[in-house]
Design a binder for this molecule. Structure first.
Ligand code: G3I
Length: 319
């Protein structure tokens, strides 16, 4: 069996200090992305400062371990420094261009894929309000891709969003946007589907959805996969929930494997011990493939059972 799908994980720069975490990421994955360290707010605490310390740590780790890197993310409405919204609108194109030139330029030739514009559409599939959209209109998307391509002609440049796993109005809107960008000669190379799901509600048309973007000549990727479930303080995930979660992970990875243009399947976090979910969705958790004690869950088996290649160690115990 040939398997071109690379399995990846979002990495927390601080957690890399934990040898067990570092070793698990190194053993299990072939691609990594920065969960937060390459976002605008983290890189640009103020207008005159670029702080690359944590982004560099992730790059150095990835390069030392021979991992590909997905860069995340250049133009996003969230985790954006307040000084951007405070800057006069007519200065914001210059701010975004300088940011892209500097960040993409710093890692030129070293980051394989960049999420250039993240979450460009809102839940009604309309252009999302952001300081970039407010100042530059919808053209900020094309401009961001052109600037990123100039800064690193070898990087594969992606749109990326959530709630676009299936054929649906929001993914339809992305399909039209992608066609339009390509028709205008914009250097768009990929479409990233984040893949944040709730247990028991797996995508039903993900393969068809991935395939239609692939048919435009784009690369596609699952970029931020997790499957959250309702949990309480006293009652953790039940065996039934864990089995349902594994089935949902399996549904997604099988869809990804069925589309040759799908190159990566990236988990949004390694374990339930460090997760963005409880802080964001009260009463939900247990979304990842390892539990809080770093024991593999059925979802681990679902993701890794059909994965081939010498870089995948199958022994699942982390500690
Ligand atoms: O850095 C501060 C730290 O100084 C402070 O002590 C601490 C206190 O809570 O907060 C830290 O900031 C947190 C930051 O992550 C870095 O850890 C923020 O509170 C927290 O809100 C932030 O959450 C991140 C979230 O994006 C922000 O929207 C999550 O870790 C990250 O997993 C999540 O990732 C996003 C993707 O980038 C895009 N797609 C959706 C996905 C989930 O929201």
């Amino acid at each position: 069996m040939t398997d071109t799908l690379r399995i990846g994980c979002a990495v927390d720069a601080f957690a890399l200090d934990d040898p067990a975490y570092r070793d698990a990421i190194a053993r299990l994955f072939t691609v990594v992305t920065a969960e937060n360290a390459m976002k605008f707010l983290l890189l640009r605490p103020d207008r005159d400062t670029y702080d690359f310390a944590n982004a560099d740590r992730i790059m150095e780790f990835a390069e030392a371990e021979g991992k590909a890197v997905r860069g995340h993310t250049l133009a996003w409405h969230s985790q954006l420094s307040e000084w951007v919204a405070d800057a006069p609108a007519e200065e914001r194109a210059g701010i975004l261009r300088d940011h892209i030139d500097t960040v993409v330029g710093r890692y030129r030739g070293r980051i394989e894929q960049w999420d250039v514009v993240n979450e460009a559409l809102d839940d009604d599939a309309q252009p999302r309000e952001s300081p970039w959209f407010e100042a530059m209109g919808i053209d900020y998307i094309a401009d961001a891709f052109r600037w990123a391509h100039e800064a690193d002609p070898s990087a594969r440049l992606f749109l990326n969003d959530y709630n676009v796993e299936d054929l649906c109005p929001k993914s339809d809107a992305y399909y039209e946007l992608a066609k339009q960008l390509l028709a205008n000669g914009v250097p768009l190379h990929g479409f990233g589907i984040q893949g944040h799901r709730i247990v028991g509600d797996p995508p039903t048309s993900m393969r068809e959805n991935l395939q239609r973007f692939a048919d435009l000549g784009l690369e596609v990727a699952l970029t931020e996969v997790d499957v959250r479930m309702p949990v309480t303080e006293v009652e953790h995930a039940s065996d039934v929930q864990l089995a349902a979660q594994a089935a949902d992970y399996r549904t997604m990875i099988e869809a990804a494997r069925a589309v040759p243009a799908c190159t990566s399947f990236v988990l949004w976090g390694l374990s339930d011990a460090h997760s963005w979910i409880p802080e964001t969705f009260a009463g939900f958790g247990a979304a990842h493939v390892f539990d809080e004690a770093l024991r593999p869950k059925p979802a681990f088996e679902a993701v890794f059972s059909d994965t081939v290649g010498p870089s995948y160690a199958k022994e699942p115990v982390l500690r």
